[in-house]
Write a new protein. Sequence first.
Length: 302
Amino acid sequence: MKKSWIVLLFTFYYMSSMQADAQVKDESKSKPVYSLNPKQAIAKLPVPPVTKHKVMILGSPHFDLGNNASDWKPKTELDMLSSVKQKEIEQVVQLVQKFKPTKICIEWMPDQDSAFLKRYRDYLGGKFTLKTGEYYQLGFRLAKMMGHEKLYCIDNRPKQPESLLEIDDWDKYIVEATERSDKGKYDALNEKFNNYLDSVKYFMPLKDYLLFLNSDEVKKETKRLWFTGLVHVGNKSTYAGADLTSNWYQRNIRIFSNVKKLCSQPEERILIIYGYGHAFVLEEAFKASKEFEVVPLRNILK
C-alpha cells in the first residue's frame, strides 16, 4: 500500500512537471520576439534626403516708422540717413555679404515685386536715391554689391480670424471674456519689453544692436510674450487671443513657404531681411525643415 502511494505521488509530480514544461513552451511560442530598441528604431527613421539650402534671418528694426505696421511702435526714431548711421549701415552690409546670398528677400507683398524691381534698376542706374527703409538701406545696397538682378518680396497677410470680425467692441469683449489681469499683464510686459529693446539702440552701433535683437535670449522672450496674456483672451466659444496668435504663425509659415518656392538652384543661400519680431517663428520653421540649414547672424556679424 505504501508503495502504491509513492508511485501515485511520483506520477503526480511527474505529470505536473510535464504540464509546466509544456505551458512554458507554449508561452514561449506565443510571446513576441522584439528585435529593436528605441535607439535602433530612431536610426532607421525614413527621412527625406538632406539638401544644401542655407538661410540667414536678419531680424531688423524698421528704419522707417512710417511703414511700420507693428502693434507696438517706438516713440522716437533714429535718423538712419545721418552720416554716422550710414557708415554703420555700410559696415553691416560689408559683413553680411560674406554670407554670399544667392537671393535677398524683403518684407513686402509679392504683388510689389515689379515696383521694387523698377526702383532697384533705377538705383543701379543712379536714378533712385535710397530711402530710409531697411529693405533699401540694407537690401538694395547688398544686392548691388552681390551683383543681383532683383530682390524678392515674400510677405503675406492672412485675413483676420472670424472670431475677431464678430467682435463689435473689443474693450467690452475683453472685460466680458477674460479677467482684466490677463490682458493687463500682457500689456504691461509687452510695453516694458519693447521699450527696453528700443532704448538699447541709442547705446550701441547698428552692428551690435542687430546682434542683440537676433540673440537667442531676445527671440526666446519675444516668443514668450505671444504666449502670455493676449493668447488667453477669450471664452469657451470665442478664442480671439488664441486666434490672433495662430494668425501670426500662419503669416510666418506662409512666408516660409514663399521662400521655399524661390529655391530654383540645388544650393541656394537665402538672406531674409525682416522685422525682428518674425525671427523666432521663421527660424523654427526653417529648422524644422530638412531642406534648410539656418546660419545664425552672429556667425558673420563679428
